[in-house]
Design a protein. Structure first.
Length: 193
């Protein structure tokens, strides 16, 4: 980053010190990307705007307990999880037509929404399958961490277990998810050429 533009990690440190201005800078830097990611799947401006606000509100509320190493990656995954939750609850339906691709705001890259939808569905199915196979306690801990944005300490206190146990269970879940996602990605690469 330039001298005038603090890096994401510098902003994050300031946010954890309750600096509202740093949070506003981070929001203005990434809101468009989060919106575009969610709009790709939902094609609903109001739902996407609300989703963006919810994600950033969760970040602000949990700023003292969150461990974020890459904001870009965190926000991409958070937006996809929020879309998944909306679709799963029936509050939104995923995009089904490609005629209105030009309506996507800030879409600076070409993409095939049909392939994007298939990829999303395969990933969603894969993640859902892995989560269902996890031991009950491991799944509960992972869901509290990734879907409810609770810190490891908050999860430990809520479940009456050690923070180290929480960390171990999250590590197990992430390893299984990475393996599952890797298999899906390889199948997409090799069979959708």
């Amino acid at each position: 980053m330039t001298k005038d533009q603090p890096s994401d990690s510098e902003l994050w440190k300031q946010i954890q010190l309750d600096n509202n201005r740093a949070f506003e800078l981070l929001f203005s830097r990434y809101w468009s990307a989060v919106y575009t990611t969610s709009f790709t799947y939902l094609k609903d401006e109001e739902a996407c705007t609300e989703l963006v606000h919810d994600i950033f509100l969760n970040i602000w509320r949990n700023r003292h307990g969150l461990e974020i190493s890459s904001f870009k990656n965190y926000l991409t995954m958070a937006s996809r999880y929020q879309v998944y939750k909306l679709v799963k609850k029936g509050k939104a339906s995923p995009i089904t037509f490609v005629e209105e691709y030009d309506a996507l705001p800030n879409s600076g890259y070409a993409m095939n929404l049909g392939e994007e939808k298939i990829t999303y569905q395969e990933m969603e199915s894969s993640i859902e399958g892995v989560l269902e196979k996890l031991p009950k306690k491991c799944r509960e801990i992972f869901m509290l961490s990734r879907f409810d944005n609770l810190s490891n300490q908050e999860i430990a206190e809520k479940l009456g277990i050690s923070k180290r146990t929480v960390e171990n269970q999250i590590t197990i879940a992430l390893k299984l998810l990475r393996l599952s996602i890797r298999v899906v990605i390889y199948s997409i690469i090799f069979f959708n050429i």
